[in-house]
Design a protein around this ligand. Structure first.
Ligand code: HEC
Length: 225
């Protein structure tokens, strides 16, 4: 069974369940980001304050980074990409493992039996693994770690991944429940700010298990990952 057949079978079911109201076509790019002018601002401020310590970020860059942090917080990236652990107030993202994805070593297979309609999805206690008609998806490592995280990702890959819903921007479809159809509607500036913030967080080495296609479709996406 080829990749497209799998996609045609599994993705529409998943999409219908989870993203019925969301547009799935790529959004037209909003007016371009003020990248050049932001650079110019930084230059001007650096020129105006030659005595400021080299380590403190210029205000424009600091604001950009703060915007990225704010977006990551309000968009709930930690809810799925940071493992939940039981705390004094119930389950909460374990911020010592911030955005490092589904824990390495917590191998999960399809629940037996899978739920039947109208139930469709099973989530792990960590809220980082999700089994449904699309297979099992594991929230990825969003830290800048070189081998297991997004260390080698470029901004362009990140923007494409969230706009087009493709692994690394070009490869297999990104499965539910990753809300890329919603996030893909962010402005270029906001997507860039999110990426800049993700690049600045502590790298955590954590190899997330590979996506598992639905039973009977084992050969599907695995070679494309
Ligand atoms: C509801 C849960 C959920 C939320 C919220 C969520 N994600 Fe995800 N994300 C996932 C899952 C699950 C995957 C893995 C999907 C797969 O393997 O196909 C994923 C995959 C990704 C990928 C693709 C990585 C790759 O290898 O191509 C990126 C990038 C990403 N998420 C970024 C984010 C960012 C940034 C946020 C917040 C703005 C976020 N996610 C919020 C569940 C979520």
């Amino acid at each position: 069974m080829n990749r497209r057949t799998i996609l045609e079978r599994a993705a529409p079911i998943a999409a219908a369940i989870l993203f019925a109201a969301m547009p799935v076509t790529a959004q037209p790019d909003p007016p371009g980001p003020p990248a050049a002018s932001a650079g110019a601002t930084i230059q001007t401020q650096a020129d105006a304050q030659p005595a400021s310590p080299a380590t403190s970020a210029p205000p424009a860059a600091a604001e950009f980074m703060a915007r990225g942090e704010y977006l990551v917080n309000i968009l709930g990236c930690n809810d799925c990409h940071t493992p939940m652990a039981m705390g004094p107030d119930g389950p909460a993202p374990d911020m010592t493992r911030m955005l490092s994805g589904h824990p390495e070593g917590l191998e999960l297979a399809f629940p037996e039996p899978m739920p039947t309609m109208p139930w469709a999805m099973v989530g792990s206690a960590t809220n980082t693994a999700f089994a449904g008609p699309w297979g099992i998806s594991f929230a990825t490592n969003l830290t800048p770690e070189e081998v297991t995280g997004m260390g080698i990702w470029t901004e362009d890959m990140f923007v494409k991944a969230l706009r087009k819903g493709r692994h690394m921007g070009v490869s297999r479809p990104i499965m539910p429940p990753m809300p890329w159809p919603a996030y893909g509607q962010m402005t270029d500036d906001d997507l860039r700010a999110v990426f800049a913030f993700l690049k600045s967080i502590p790298p955590i080495r954590n190899r997330v298990p590979a996506y598992l296609p639905p039973p009977g479709a084992e050969e599907s996406f695995t070679e494309a990952q």
